[in-house]
Design a protein around this ligand. Structure first.
Ligand code: ZN
Length: 108
């Protein structure tokens, strides 16, 4: 993890710490970075504005943050797309929606 000069985690570090499609709370990430919840929440809001993560409010006091999966590229037909994970099992074995070949995952 790369820290910024003032010792607080950067926006990039926060998004990198989030596994794709894994739900996080600001408090959870704050304790991981040993940063204040307010700082982490500011980063999360910035990431959400950029469309890099999604904000889900399940209850007024419970905000969940989710990073979308990186883009996948089919090695066979070169089709690039975002896999929509609707089921945890499908998530483990992605297939190209164009040609149907099995894909290797690659992180950005
Ligand atoms: Zn394909």
């Amino acid at each position: 993890m790369v820290d910024t000069h003032d010792g607080t985690p950067g926006v990039g570090a926060v998004s990198e710490a989030m596994l794709p499609l894994e739900p996080y709370t600001a408090g959870e990430l704050a304790s991981r970075f040993d940063a204040s919840k307010a700082t982490v929440r500011r980063f999360l809001n910035a990431l959400a504005r950029d469309g890099r993560i999604r904000k889900k409010v399940s209850e007024p006091e419970r905000v969940i943050w989710i990073r979308d999966s990186p883009k996948d590229e089919c090695p066979r037909c070169g089709n690039e797309f975002e896999i929509k994970h609707v089921h945890p099992v499908l998530q483990a074995v992605p297939y190209c929606p164009t040609c149907g070949s099995r894909l290797r995952r690659h992180e950005r």
